[in-house]
Write a protein of this length. Sequence first.
Length: 285
Amino acid sequence: MKSIRGVLSLISMFLIPALSACNLPVAKSSVPSGPDPQTLALTMVAQTMQARAAAYTATPAATATLSSPQVTVSVATNCRTGPDANYAFVMLFQPGMSAPIVGKYSPANYWIISMPNGGTCWLWGSYAIVQGDVSRLTEVAPPQLVMAPQPTAVPAQQGNNNSGNSGAGSNPLVPIGPLTIVTQPVFALIVPNMPTSFNSLSFCNYIGTPPKLKSRTDTLNWSAVTNIDGYYIFVNGSQTFKVSKATVGYQVPAAISLTATSYGIASFVGSQSSKIRTTIPKGCK
């Protein structure tokens, strides 16, 4: 407070002589007189302090918004450069981690996610837990899968131990000529078709009077798909059975049938699988 009064006194000392030096009559003027020099000095200091205070006003931080659907996993899942185990490994996506989804590849059930350190990778969707609207995500075509060329070793000729060379070992260096490089073919990813029809039939076993449900057995039937290796059967959204390509029907064990609320069927070729066709069992009343 003392420092402010000192500043005001110094300003008054300079302003008062300056105002007195003017030739305009002050006391005798018919125009009403303005504020005295000391009041004017105080006003200038107050305005300066207000301007400095306004300059240090904090700016409210922007609120982050979630614009992309998010994904987590229930089981640790490999994230690769494409939708297949033949693509290069990028990172292991662990339970508890979360990442935004930037694209999808529905034929093989893959999500393209944004990695924490930048870039993207392809995450298999079997263990994925997705939150948010994915209907507007772009369907992304898989990148070309190119296998690295593998060199073919050319065996060296055996040295002659009786050649007269001494002190250098029994196998002298022998020129082997130019190295032959054999390039591996590029694999084309084949996504199979899913069965065109799929249904379930429930067999109910009752006992007693009044009747009480003892057991339930569901039988699944689907249309055949050509040029495949087999079928995956899903129970309540989880892959549970794997059957051969010649199979077009399956009887679900009673213990599993009793708790089943949905079934799914998908064909597969190698590591590639089709979309899943689902059906709801009628159950027993």
